[in-house]
Design a protein around this ligand. Structure first.
Ligand code: FEO
Length: 395
C-alpha cells in the first residue's frame, strides 16, 4: 500500500488532495505547471470531509482520507463546488460515507443529481447558515458564479480558516503546501483568475465586500487548487480586488497573427510607435502563445489592439479562435479595443473584428488601419496616428 503524503495544515485539518503533475490542459486552459485538487478532512469529535478530487485520482484520495479517519465515522460531508475536478470522486465517496450528512447549495444539490445517479438526500445550506460539527463550527457563504452557479465557500470562525473553493486558486503542481514555503505564486493566481474567474469580476467584488460584514477574517485560506495562503493573505486579497476592478490594467497589448508577414510588419510598427510614446507595451503573436497567457496579458492591459490578416474575405481563423475564447471571458468592460490588419484582393478581417467589438459593446479606441498587400510609408504614418490616439487615452 502506498504511504501517501498527507499534510496536517492546521490542528486536525488534513490536506487529502492530490497533485496532478501531468496536467497540461484544463478544459482548454494551458497549464504548463500541472495542478492540484485540494480536499480536506478533519478528524476527532465529528469528522468532516470537504470536497473530493477529479475522478481519475479517486483511489488515492480515498486512501488518504481513510488513513486519517475511518470513513464510516465521517459525519459531515461538505460539497463546496460540483465542477468535476472537485466532484468527480463524489459518487464513490458518498457510497463509502453511509453515516454522513451531505451539505451543499441548492444549485449544487440540483447539479449533483444531474451529474450522478444517487438517491441520497442533500441538506441544502444558504449564506449565513452554520453547521455545528462537534466542537467545530462551519459558516457557509454562497458565491454563485465564482466559479459556477453552485459555488460556495465554508468558514471556520474560531480557527479563522476559509475553504475558498476556486477563489484564490492557482494551477501548479508542487510538494509544498503553503505560500511561505515558496515564492508567493501571484503570477499563477493571476493566470488562474484570468482564465477561470474573469467573467465574474462583479461576484468577486461583491464577495470581498461581503466577507467583513459576515465577520469573515481568515488567517488561513485553503483554495481547492494550489498552495494555501497564510502569510500573504492581504496581498492576494488586494490582488483579487485589483484584478476584479480592472485597477491592474495598464499599457497596451498588441495581439496579432500574420499570413504573409504584412500584419506582422504593422504589429511591429505599432509596437515601436507606442513604445516611442513611453507606453508599456506587450506584443503577442497568437500562434506563439497559449490562450491562457494571452488572456492573462489582457487582464493587465488597458488597451488591446488586435491585428488580423484577411483570408477568404474574413478574419484569420486563429484570431477568430481568440475572439471566441474572449466572448465568454468578457474582458471588454473597462478596456479600450482596436484592430488593424492587411488584405490582398478583398477585405473582411478587420471588418469582422470591428463588428465583433460593436456587437459585444467593446469601446473602440481608434478606427482600424488596413494595408493592402504590404504596409508602406503611408500605412506606417497611419499607425503613428493610431499610437497618438492610444497614448492620449492611456498614456
Ligand atoms: Fe476547480 Fe470550478 O472548478
Amino acid at each position: 500500500m502506498t504511504n501517501y503524503h498527507i499534510t496536517e495544515i492546521a490542528d486536525r485539518i488534513h490536506w487529502v488532495g492530490v497533485v496532478d503533475w501531468n496536467l497540461r490542459d484544463f478544459h482548454g486552459f494551458t497549464t504548463s505547471k500541472g495542478g492540484t485538487y485540494n480536499a480536506f478532512v478533519m478528524d476527532g469529535g465529528e469528522p468532516v470531509l470537504i470536497d473530493t478530487v477529479k475522478a481519475p485520482f479517486k483511489d488515492a484520495f480515498l486512501e488518504k482520507v481513510r488513513s486519517v479517519v475511518d470513513l464510516r465515522k465521517i459525519k459531515h460531508f461538505i460539497v463546496n463546488h460540483i465542477e468535476p475536478d472537485h466532484s468527480g470522486s463524489f459518487p464513490a465517496t458518498m457510497e463509502l460515507l453511509p453515516n454522513a450528512t451531505i451539505y451543499a447549495s441548492e444549485n449544487a444539490r440540483a447539479g449533483l443529481h444531474r451529474y450522478y445517479d444517487f438517491d441520497r438526500k442533500i441538506r441544502v445550506v444558504k449564506t449565513g447558515e452554520t453547521l455545528k460539527a462537534g466542537n467545530r463550527i462551519f459558516q457557509f457563504v454562497e458565491t454563485p458564479m465564482a466559479h459556477w452557479p453552485d459555488s460556495m465557500i465554508s468558514y471556520m470562525p474560531e480557527e479563522r480558516v476559509l475553504f475558498s473553493s476556486d477563489i484564490f486558486g492557482q494551477l501548479i503542481a508542487m510538494s509544498e503546501r503553503f505560500d511561505d514555503e515558496i515564492d508567493p505564486p501571484y503570477d499563477d493566481a493571476a493566470l488562474y483568475y484570468a482564465n477561470i474567474i474573469f467573467p465574474f469580476n462583479h461576484v468577486v467584488l461583491k464577495t470581498l465586500g461581503l466577507l467583513p460584514k459576515l465577520k469573515i477574517a481568515p488567517e488561513l485560506i485553503l483554495p481547492d487548487h494550489g498552495i494555501f495562503w497564510r502569510k500573504h493573505i492581504g496581498d492576494i486579497v488586494d490582488r483579487y480586488r485589483s484584478w476584479a476592478s480592472g485597477e491592474c490594467a495598464q499599457g497596451a497589448l498588441i495581439l496579432y497573427d500574420s499570413m504573409w508577414g504584412s500584419t506582422e510588419i504593422m504589429a511591429n510598427g505599432l509596437y515601436d510607435a507606442l513604445v516611442n510614446r513611453g507606453l508599456k507595451v506587450r506584443k503577442l503573436h497568437i500562434r506563439s502563445n497559449p490562450f491562457s497567457r494571452i488572456v492573462t496579458e489582457i487582464l493587465f492591459s488597458k488597451a488591446v489592439l488586435i491585428g488580423t490578416p484577411t483570408i477568404n474575405n474574413t478574419l484569420f481563423p486563429t484570431v477568430g479562435h481568440v475572439l471566441i475564447y474572449l466572448q465568454g471571458l468578457n474582458p471588454g468592460p473597462g478596456r479600450l479595443w482596436g484592430t488593424f490588419g492587411s488584405y490582398g484582393w478583398g477585405g473582411g478581417g478587420v471588418e469582422y473584428v470591428t463588428r465583433w467589438f460593436k456587437e459585444n459593446q467593446y469601446e473602440i479606441i481608434h478606427p482600424p488601419v488596413e494595408a493592402r498587400f504590404r504596409p508602406k510609408a503611408d500605412i506606417l504614418k497611419d499607425l503613428e496616428a493610431y499610437a497618438d490616439a492610444v497614448s492620449k487615452r492611456i498614456g
